[in-house]
Ligand binder design. Structure first.
Ligand SMILES: *[C@@H]1O[C@H](CO)[C@@H](O)[C@H](O)[C@H]1NC(C)=O
Ligand SMILES: *[C@@H]1O[C@H](CO)[C@@H](O)[C@H](O)[C@H]1NC(C)=O
Ligand SMILES: *[C@@H]1O[C@H](CO)[C@@H](O)[C@H](O)[C@H]1NC(C)=O
Ligand SMILES: CC(=O)N[C@H]1CO[C@H](CO)[C@@H](O)[C@@H]1O
Length: 207
């Protein structure tokens, strides 16, 4: 998911003051998060949830599945903390402050680079986008939340859910993101192809 992440409203945010930031920590997503690109996909993995969950649900396999995306490189983990969420994990976490004393959901911060190909085959048109993100998970409900931003202009939120039937696990992902209006067509296109390409490779993590 390429451009995925969140930064877009940072300029706005910075001028909005601490109060808004506090409110956001509560409400999770800011009121001005208006996604303008999205994608949904799912994949089945021939393994029980107890095997799939640690790899795709927690931070254990984070770098591995992020780097399955052909446009991803230079992955690195950052701080591991926890976050309190008022309500369900997927309803929002973005920029919420770390909780004290390990309360709440575990949250792993990371960075990586996505190289957006504007004209396939012409590498000089490639745009490297540095992303920072967090991966947060709820082991009680088997839900994970992936959020990234380039620091300004692009914000990506991806919710991953799991279900098991007869020892086979279905992993579903819903991406909602916001980017500058003029970039929406290329971002939507890149998101769709990168997301499909990446998820098709999830089963290879279990072979
Ligand atoms: C979550 O997954 C575990 C197996 O990893 C399973 O035992 C449990 O029932 C699941 N919980 C929910 C709410 O689906
Ligand atoms: C790789 O990521 C680090 C941050 O972890 C960053 O400082 C560095 O510039 C990145 N290198 C490339 C080639 O993108
Ligand atoms: C993030 O992406 C937006 C949209 O492409 C761009 O305007 C902005 O300069 C980028 N920010 C950084 C820090 O690269
Ligand atoms: C594809 C998509 O989600 N487009 C949305 C972009 O944002 C505008 C305004 O927020 C929506 O009307 C579009 O549906």
């Amino acid at each position: 998911m390429k451009f995925a992440t969140a930064g877009f409203f940072s300029t706005l945010l910075v001028s909005v003051s601490c109060r808004a930031i506090q409110r956001r920590a509560d409400a999770a997503y800011p009121a001005d998060f208006k996604p303008n690109f999205s994608h949904q996909n799912s994949v089945t993995i021939n393994q029980p949830l107890s095997v799939v969950w640690p790899v795709l649900g927690t931070n254990e396999g984070l770098g591995k599945w992020i780097l399955l995306e052909s446009i991803a490189s230079n992955f690195s983990t950052q701080t591991l903390d926890t976050v309190n969420v008022n309500g369900n994990l997927e309803d929002a976490v973005h920029l919420a402050p770390a909780a004290q004393g390990g309360q709440g959901f575990p949250r792993q911060a990371f960075t990586f680079t996505e190289t957006v190909k504007i004209i396939p085959g012409l590498s000089f048109t490639d745009i490297p986008v540095q992303l920072t993100g967090t991966f947060t998970w709820d082991a009680t409900r088997n839900v994970s939340l992936y959020e990234t931003t380039n620091g300004s202009g692009i914000l990506v939120k991806k919710v991953r859910t799991f279900s098991e039937s007869n020892g086979v696990t279905t992993v579903s992902e819903q991406i909602n993101g916001q980017c500058p209006f003029l970039e929406q067509p290329i971002v939507q296109l890149t998101t769709t192809s990168a997301h499909n390409q990446q998820m098709a490779l999830y089963p290879t993590l279990f072979q």
